[in-house]
Design a protein around this ligand. Structure first.
Ligand code: NDP
Ligand code: HSE
Length: 434
């Protein structure tokens, strides 16, 4: 009987995700050996502080701060440190030394993906990153492999678990944003720097990765229009509830064709979704991604979008694939950014909007507001006065528009804010999913 090969696995990072990867690699070592055709030996785990207390107990002798030695002897390097440096340096060093790389680091891929994939192509190694988008949900492999024979038109969905958890907890349990964020942190959903989640950077990084794969074109973080959830207030969530909607942080990647030609639009922002829409039922830290392909039609991917052990599942799936490739030989599957479609500026995009205004509760106010919208070519679909405050003679006016361009909307909002009848533009939200 031939002896089974052993592959050395280096793990960079033992935080929420890395610690679970280490635990599962060791607990299910026999299963991994059977599935991949090699014994996967955890050679070491890179951390900042080997003596720091850890929620998941890890063998002290595996913990190290010596990245260079750990990477040099490895067949597979799993990068779960997060951030750009030193993660970028370690990933490039791993590829140069002939190792396959598995990473969950969307920040790194959305900013240095081209450099990393180019080096992987040169050396014939693989870079796998199923965990980088929508955590446990298989979405990278379906886009890269299963749908490689189709033409993707649009991707639309919730790709950030922590902000979904926060918005959902504010809506369903009436929690404050701060309380919901505290719980999301305890659950390991937030990035080490929570502004990445709250300001939409994390979702924008994921949107860039999805758009690159879907449209076979190179999309980087700077190509993505981004707004986060930090301006979403309890009042806005209440307004949405009254209108039969919820607020979700959405990522939209789509092909567009207009008078300026063909382009792609990649954007992330909080938007109103009808409570009837399937995305309204995506609760807690879950994600859901709709993919619309020309031949396949609409497809929906749903599941855990954050969390240590859930994400470890996606990481370990990539590790098994990398191990199989190592055993079988041959080069890694490269990326295919062959087209170079331009990215449309946000002003070109057409959407419906909901504008909430605090106005003076006086005759003629509605006519003045409607006049501004009409002059800017923004057509009113609905108008509703939701709250009156007799004390200071103000009212809350919620206006739903028909489709309008972002440019027309932005000009309208500037004029409304300057109008003497408008006390405050309380919120401007896009309406999606119709
Ligand atoms: P954590 O912040 O929980 O863990 C990071 C780990 O990396 C820690 O063990 C830390 O060491 C180590 N580390 C960080 N910087 C260094 C450094 N300079 N030198 C040595 N070690 C370092 O991150 P997560 O586990 O949450 O996330 C890891 C990656 O996975 C990120 O890219 C993240 O975006 C991605 N991801 C996370 C998900 C989640 O739900 N958490 C879901 C999907 C992807 P020490 O322990 O000593 O501090
Ligand atoms: N911070 C990320 C999120 C983790 O909340 O979605 C998963 O990528």
């Amino acid at each position: 009987m031939t002896e089974q090969r052993t592959l050395r696995v280096a793990l960079l990072g033992a935080g929420s995700v890395g610690s679970q990867v280490a635990r599962l690699l060791q607990e299910h070592a026999d299963d991994f050996a059977e599935r991949s055709g090699a014994r996967l030996e955890l050679a070491g785990i890179l951390v900042r502080d080997p003596d720091a207390p850890r929620d998941v107990p890890l063998p002290r002798e595996l913990l190290t701060t010596d990245a260079e030695s750990l990477i040099l002897g490895a067949d597979i390097v799993i990068e779960l440190m997060g951030g750009i440096e030193p993660a970028r340096t370690h990933v490039l060093a791993a590829l140069r030394s002939g190792a396959d790389v598995v990473t969950g680091n969307k920040a790194l891929l959305a900013t240095h993906g081209a450099e990393i994939f180019e080096l992987a192509d040169q050396v014939g190694a693989s870079v796998s990153y199923e965990a980088a988008v929508a955590a446990a949900i298989p979405i990278i492999r379906p886009l890269r492999d299963s749908l490689a024979g189709d033409r993707i038109v649009r991707i639309f969905g919730i790709v950030n678990g922590s902000t979904n958890f926060i918005l959902d907890s504010m809506d369903r349990q009436g929690l404050s944003a701060e309380e919901a964020q505290r719980i999301a942190t305890e659950l390991g959903y937030l990035e080490a720097d929570p502004t990445l989640d709250l300001e939409g950077y994390d979702a924008a990084q994921k949107a860039a990765i999805l758009a690159s794969l879907a449209f076979h074109t190179s999309v980087e973080i700077d190509d993505v229009y981004r707004e986060g959830i930090s301006d979403v207030t309890a009042d806005m969530i209440e307004d949405a509830r009254r209108a039969g909607s919820v607020i979700k942080l959405l990522a939209v990647c789509e092909r567009i064709a207009d008078a300026e030609g063909e382009a792609i639009s990649v954007r992330v922002y909080p938007a109103l979704i009808s409570r009837e829409h399937p995305l309204a039922s995506v609760h807690g830290g879950n994600n859901a991604v709709f993919v619309e392909a020309e031949a396949a039609g609409p497809l929906m991917f749903y599941g855990a979008g954050a969390g240590g052990v859930q994400t470890a599942s996606a990481v370990l799936g990539d590790v098994v694939s990398a191990a199989r490739r190592h055993i079988a030989g041959g080069v890694g599957v490269g990326e295919t950014p062959r087209q170079s479609l331009p990215t449309a500026r946000i002003g070109r995009i057409t959407t419906r909007y909901q504008i909430t205004l605090e106005v003076a509760d006086l005759p003629g106010v509605l006519a003045t507001v409607a006049g501004i919208l009409s002059e800017e070519q923004v057509s009113v679909a609905t108008a509703m006065q939701t709250v009156e405050n007799a004390g200071d003679a103000t009212a809350r006016l919620v206006i739903g528009t028909h489709q309008a361009t972002e440019q027309a909307l932005s000009d309208t909002v500037t004029r409304l804010a300057e109008s003497s009848v408008v006390t405050r533009v309380a919120s401007v939200l896009r309406v999606e999913g119709e």
